[in-house]
Write a protein that binds this ligand. Structure first.
Ligand SMILES: [Zn+2]
Ligand SMILES: [Zn+2]
Length: 304
């Protein structure tokens, strides 16, 4: 089925440089599922993406009606035809670190449902924020998250879609701003093989990991390799930050317009270790995604 005529058609798509040999460079942005999950595919393709991130349902609600099997099929058919890598991001409400039993229980059920949904769409992984401890302290919070994640794993035994733990800015009582937090979770969950990690460049800076020049970038990623290990890395969020190093305030900015700076995206894109890792933007955008295209056009020359 040809993509519906949409406002995206007026935006000149980005052309992501591709190597003559080897796997495709997977680059794109978070893409809306408005009108149905399958609509995300023509939307992403129309502007030139080779990768996209989607919410698997309305991200501001705990639960959603089951996906229609026809929508699942349409999504899968379109994705295959488009040769687009699509992964998911979970709901912002989910907090398996919550000391409150009702929030914890609902989070476990919601995350399990989203994981099943992502699996039905054939998504390789679902990005999730580890959660917040709500005043109970980091250690108690991390233990609670492990408990919650183990319940999710138990409720979804046949699922292939992995959970990608995202590093966070460390706002308030949020967990996940230190590599050690993610390592703790990977080391304590009952089925670590069902997990991975997603690194967000804005969150790194906001959490205090300097990546603004080559020396600091190299040191930060050496620490990532030492504490977590590159074999866990499944995805990148390429965002600039409105707030400075160590602010612990999560505000995304257009690439090159914030405190991270354009150079960092050159380091990431030219780093052979991350060449085959899909990378998406989560920067402010309007419906036709022209901002995403503009941002990608700024960093595409870095691909070599
Ligand atoms: Zn992110
Ligand atoms: Zn963020």
């Amino acid at each position: 089925m040809p993509p519906k005529k949409s406002p995206q058609a007026v935006v000149e798509p980005v052309v992501i440089p591709q190597p003559k040999k080897g796997a495709k460079i997977r680059l794109g942005a978070h893409t809306s599922i408005s009108g149905g999950v399958a609509e995300s595919i023509p939307r992403a393709v129309a502007v030139g993406f080779t990768a996209a991130q989607i919410f698997v349902k309305n991200n501001k609600q705990w639960f959603a009606p089951d996906l229609d099997p026809a929508d699942i099929k349409l999504f899968r058919d379109r994705q295959e035809a488009a040769d687009l890598v699509v992964f998911g991001h979970n709901s912002y409400l989910v907090n398996p670190g919550s000391p409150k039993d009702d929030v914890f229980d609902t989070s476990v059920k919601s995350l399990a449902a989203e994981l099943l949904r992502a699996d039905s769409l054939g998504l390789p992984f679902l990005v999730m924020h580890p959660g917040s401890h709500g005043g109970a302290g980091e250690e108690a919070g991390l233990q609670r998250v492990v408990e919650g994640l183990d319940l999710v794993l138990k409720a979804t035994p046949k699922v292939q879609t992995k959970l990608a733990l995202e590093n966070t800015a460390g706002q308030g009582s949020c967990l996940g701003q230190k590599f050690e937090h993610l390592a703790y979770l990977l080391n304590h969950v009952s089925q670590p093989e069902r997990f991975g990690v997603c690194l967000d460049t804005a969150h790194l800076l906001e959490a205090g990991y300097d990546i603004r020049d080559e020396k600091h970038y190299t040191a930060t990623f050496a620490e990532f390799e030492r504490v977590i290990g590159k074999q866990w890395l499944l995805g990148f969020h390429l965002n600039d930050s409105k707030t400075p190093l160590g602010s612990r305030v999560d505000r995304h900015e257009h690439l090159g317009a914030g405190h991270v700076g354009l150079e960092t995206f050159r380091f990431v894109l030219q780093d052979k270790r991350w060449r085959d890792i899909p990378k998406v933007l989560e920067t402010p955008k309007s419906e036709d995604m022209r901002e995403d295209v503009d941002n990608l056009k700024k960093i595409c020359p870095f691909i070599n």
